[in-house]
Write a protein that binds this ligand. Structure first.
Ligand SMILES: *Cc1c(COP(=O)(O)O)cnc(C)c1O
Length: 383
């Protein structure tokens, strides 16, 4: 859908030609807290039953579609519900090439559910396009990746993966949770499907869970919508409203988080207890050049390695302003221990190869004062 407005305007107002206008024209879109909708004729109305369709969720979906520049977005009750629905596109015998450095819950879904149901999942280093191409088989139906990855911040070439997917007749599915459409628009780089955990930057306040599937093809949108309605993990009206409210400030939050992340990345690099900093915004990061070509920013996520497990524990338990907690992408800065919190499901050999060890820490940088965050991390590192 063509949209005359810039990104920030879309964040605040959604689509200019909303499919549904509430009669009172309230500035804050109303929460249609209802299970069902009355009909005035025989057949399906514009809205029928909230699992299937709801005006509040629809407004949010139109907003997210407008941000990613897709034809449609479907809102789910969590990122995992969104990914589960997308994986229902595949049948026993189908082959899916997946990045090996994925969100731990995604790996758990693939390993415990999709493989059981006969979908062949093959983990590949998607930062190496030759490895992606070499993994293609006649039955390959999709390439699934995250970029930058969680937690190693590795960057994959979306355009190059899209070219391989196109040659193969497979879908390219990109989980865009880490950068949000503010910094990266995979559909414009050739991807077919974008996934979001809306629990992270989109909602942005660590106060709700949600997920999205955004597509650029109408027929595929209808298939995913039908899968959502059928499997039932759709986002509730109140949560839809919360995510919508969060999105209004997405651009401002992403800018501030990035500014803070760059400040922390540079300062941590100089700390004697820190042995490596993984942030694509640093010129020495292996994905820096590629990021400059495919994104408009580096985001608010970074990981760093410390000199020992003792230091890692001291930081996790010693921070006072930053919270030691899972999740990311909110106004509050959080620090995570990927080894035990988010990536215990990843096979040990892959973990070792990637560097997800007992000295690795992941930081979701919030929008606080950068100097306060730095002072807190410094005192925790020094102990
Ligand atoms: C959190 C996350 C998910 C899962 O989303 P939930 O909303 O927690 O279900 C998927 N992908 C990435 C990259 C994530 O960070």
């Amino acid at each position: 859908m063509s949209n005359p407005y810039g990104f920030e305007t879309r964040c605040v107002h959604g689509r200019p030609d909303r499919a549904f206008e509430d009669g009172a024209r309230s500035v804050s879109f109303p929460i249609y807290q209802t299970a069902t909708f009355g009909h005035t004729f025989i057949g399906h109305g514009q809205f029928n039953y909230t699992r299937q369709d709801n005006p509040t969720r629809l407004h949010l979906e139109e907003t997210v579609a407008a941000l990613e520049q897709g034809v449609d977005a479907i809102a789910f009750a969590s990122g995992m519900a969104a990914i589960s629905a997308v994986m229902e596109l595949f049948s026993p015998g189908d082959h899916v090439i997946c990045g090996e450095d994925l969100y731990g819950g995604t790996t758990r879904l693939f390993n415990n559910v999709n493989i059981k149901n006969g979908v062949g999942i093959e983990y590949v280093d998607t930062t190496d396009i030759a490895k992606v191409r070499a993994a293609v088989r006649p039955e390959t139906k999709a390439i699934y990746l995250e970029t930058p990855t969680n937690p190693m911040m590795n960057v994959s070439d979306i355009r190059a993966c899209a070219a391989v997917a196109k040659e193969t007749g497979a879908l390219l599915i990109v989980d865009n949770t880490f950068l949000s459409p503010y910094f990266q628009k995979p559909l414009l780089l050739g991807a077919d499907v974008v996934i979001h955990s809306g629990s992270k930057f989109l909602s942005g306040h660590n106060d709700t869970i949600s997920g999205f599937v955004v597509v650029k093809d109408q027929a595929l949108a209808e298939r995913v919508r039908l899968l959502g309605k059928t499997t039932g993990g759709m986002l509730a009206p109140f949560d839809s409203w919360l995510v919508m409210r969060g999105i209004k400030t997405l651009a401002l939050r992403m800018e501030k988080a990035q500014q803070n992340a760059l400040r922390l990345a540079k300062a941590l690099r100089e700390n004697p207890h820190v042995t490596a900093v993984y942030y694509p915004g640093l010129p020495e990061h292996p994905g820096h050049e590629l990021s400059l070509r495919q994104t408009s920013g580096f985001g608010g996520m970074l990981s760093f390695r410390v000199d020992s497990r003792e230091t890692a524990e001291r930081v996790l338990l010693g921070v006072k302003l930053v919270t030691f907690a899972e999740t990311l992408g909110g106004t509050e800065s959080l620090i995570t221990y990927p080894l035990t919190q988010t990536h215990e499901m990843v096979a040990e050999d892959i973990r070792e190869r990637l560097g997800i060890t007992d000295t690795l820490l992941r930081l979701s940088v919030g929008i606080e004062d950068a100097e306060d965050l730095l002072a807190d991390l410094t005192q925790a590192l020094e102990g």
